[in-house]
Design a protein around this ligand. Structure first.
Ligand SMILES: C[S@@+](CC[C@H](N)C(=O)[O-])C[C@H]1O[C@@H](n2cnc3c(N)ncnc32)[C@H](O)[C@@H]1O
Length: 213
């Protein structure tokens, strides 16, 4: 891809997760459920190297653009360090507060974190003074098309705040296409990559079912 061709990055990349969970308040080491089916990972292709992709997403973003990168607490330091090494500046650490939670002995986990970054000079969000740091959106419970599927409304919120109609939104790890669906519904252009053919096909069919006005 050419340098500086993308207006906005919104992505939920593969990162390390802890296998196991807890039962009756006690930690279990054995992978459970979906982790067990994929030999301890949430999905098949989880070993992409942040040192490879972070400088590349920085390169292709236009100067003066925003980036939203999902992370969990375990990967937060590495994700932030690598983004800053690539050249990104941190605007804020955003928090998606969910309506469900994951069992933990170290406080139950009911949120996910999003690095809100910029390339180049600071650019304001579109809803200045109206958008706070913690965002409440319902998670998708049951019937997920991807184990890490994100709610389209959450992604629309970020895309609305950091782009305009006709801009190109990029998700290099698009899964079943939540970011791309959000972009298309907001009349943005979109570009996504997905290595798993099954997820790619689901994303493709979701996008094809959105009517363009
Ligand atoms: C955390 S998931 C994203 C899920 C997405 N947020 C959604 O709502 O469907 C990350 C995705 O990156 C994909 N992936 C892993 N390595 C990749 C690579 N090298 N190129 C493209 N996609 C890759 C995985 O198959 C997985 O579907």
């Amino acid at each position: 891809m050419e340098s500086e061709c993308i207006d906005l990055l919104v992505t939920d990349p593969p990162y390390k997760t802890i296998s196991g969970g807890c039962k009756d308040g006690k930690r279990t080491k054995r992978p459970k459920g979906i982790l067990k089916r994929n030999s301890g990972t949430l999905f098949a292709h989880q070993n992409v190297n942040i040192y490879d992709w972070m400088p590349e997403v920085y390169r292709i973003l236009k100067y003066g653009s925003h980036a939203y990168i999902f992370t969990n607490v375990l990967n937060l330091t590495e994700m932030l360090n690598e983004s800053q090494k690539a050249g990104f500046k941190l605007h804020n650490l955003l928090c998606w507060e969910k309506n469900n939670c994951v069992c933990s002995q170290f406080y139950m986990k009911n949120c996910e974190y999003i690095l809100f970054l910029r390339k180049g000079k600071a650019k304001w969000i579109n809803d200045i003074g109206g958008s706070k740091t913690v965002h409440q959106f319902d998670n998708i419970i049951g019937n997920k098309t991807h184990p890490c599927e994100k709610p389209v409304d959450l992604l629309k919120f970020y895309i609305s705040n950091s782009s305009r109609e006709g801009d190109i939104v990029f998700d290099p790890f698009c899964g079943t296409g939540s970011t791309l669906v959000a972009a298309k519904e907001l009349d943005r252009k979109y570009l996504g990559y997905e290595i798993d053919k099954e997820y790619f096909d689901i994303a493709d069919s979701k996008l094809n079912s959105i009517l363009v006005q």
